[in-house]
Design a protein around this ligand. Structure first.
Ligand code: PLP
Length: 379
């Protein structure tokens, strides 16, 4: 049976060029980059070269990039790192963040900003939550369930205004903007200054790179406490012998996705729209969740009233179609999705929802087949 994979938001296959770039570091170039002999120094040079390549896409200096073991760790470093550097201060997150932002934020004084029914942040409500004690905002670039893209530049303009008024008031508490770009980094601009972000998370496993690889961009001057202490690697920001193959793989993966992001976004956007049109035409009462306009080009998220999504997923799997009920991370939980509740869906609507996320191997024929099978199963 021809399998149709529509769960790229959960995991992407390793690009063969990425694998090729990584292979030498798994075998003959195995040296510890901190060792003193020439062969090890060369490996050290290679990891720094990878850091430079990652930095390029953020418009950043290499010293502003910290390699991590995935998006979860990068988000934890951003939230816990900053909050521990400013004891007693406040962090604001959006109510639809990934759990790897929500859970660490809850350890500190935190507030959750509401979102509009299309998943975009309610800017006026966000502004009201900010106090003279707020040191960090963490608002994701694009949502992993419903695909909504947040107006990061507008949020950063709001923070500029707040920084000015703090200066005038003699309040020297900084206010930083972190954005989790785990789902956005293959289709959207990551340039930190253009976005106005001080910290940015990326995740190798979502961009055809290896899982458990990622990076956090941290703008020079941002105060934070390292979370993993030890031998002082990554300039003391993240100890532990470097995952050289992982860092090289992440850099190669980022080069590949960012290098052709406009063409690929356009290609999948056409397929996404085709899938939404087919689903709307063939399934009565279906609702498309998330924004129509500010939406990841590879995301389709639907509610089919009266349908049990767990059963539907199994039936789809039987027919060779792999997709998701929500995010992969919340899929095993009993609770309905916090993202869907935040956009005003009931538990029943949440349990009738499906996410289909497209990617590099998705073809038009797959879309037609998936829509056909879906319609036949919910008849
Ligand atoms: C938006 C977002 N942030 C963070 C993560 C966490 O990534 P990982 O589980 O690879 O650490 C994910 C993964 O699904 C994600 O979609």
């Amino acid at each position: 049976m021809h399998k149709i994979y529509l769960d790229y938001a959960a995991a992407t296959p390793l690009d063969s060029k990425v694998k090729e770039a990584m292979e030498p570091y798994l075998a003959e170039k195995f040296y510890n980059p901190s060792a003193t002999y020439l062969a090890a120094k060369a490996v050290h040079g290679d990891i720094e070269e990878a850091r430079g390549r990652v930095a390029h896409w953020f418009g950043a200096r290499p010293s502003e990039i910290i390699f991590t073991a995935g998006g979860t760790e990068a988000n934890n470093l951003a939230i816990q790192g900053v909050m521990q550097a400013f004891p007693g201060k406040q962090v604001i997150v959006s109510s639809i963040e990934h759990e790897s932002v929500l859970a660490p934020a809850r350890r500190y004084k935190s507030k959750e900003a509401t979102v509009n029914p299309d998943g975009t942040i309610d800017l006026a409500a966000l502004e009201k939550l900010i106090t003279n004690q707020t040191v960090l905002l963490s608002i994701m670039y694009a949502n992993n369930e419903i695909g909504t893209i947040q107006p990061i530049r507008e949020i950063s303009r709001l923070l500029q205004k707040i920084r000015k008024s703090r200066k005038a008031d003699g309040n020297d508490l900084p206010i930083y903007l972190h954005t989790d770009a785990a789902q956005a980094s293959q289709y959207l601009d990551l340039h930190a200054a253009r976005l106005g972000a001080d910290l940015i998370t990326i995740n190798g496993g979502k961009i055809y790179g290896p899982k458990q690889t990622g990076a956090l961009y941290i703008k020079t001057g941002v105060k934070f406490q390292p979370q993993i202490l030890g031998g002082g690697q990554e300039r003391g920001a993240r100890s532990g012998t470097e995952n050289v193959a992982g860092a090289v793989g992440l850099a190669a993966a980022l080069d590949l996705v960012q290098g052709r992001r406009h063409e690929e976004a356009e290609r999948v956007r056409i397929l996404r729209d085709q899938l939404m049109e087919l689903v709307e035409a063939s399934i009565p009462g279906v609702v498309i969740n998330g924004s129509r306009v500010r939406r990841l080009p590879n995301n389709v998220h639907i509610t089919i009233p009266g349908v049990d999504n767990e059963r539907l997923l199994m039936a789809l799997d039987d027919k060779g179609i792999m997709c998701a009920a929500g995010s992969a991370c919340s899929a095993s939980k009993e609770e309905s999705s916090h993202v869907l509740r935040a956009i005003g869906k009931t538990d029943n609507q949440a349990y009738s929802s499906l996410r289909l996320s497209l990617g590099r191997m998705t073809k038009s024929a797959d879309i037609i087949k998936a829509a056909e099978v879906l319609a036949s199963l919910v008849e």
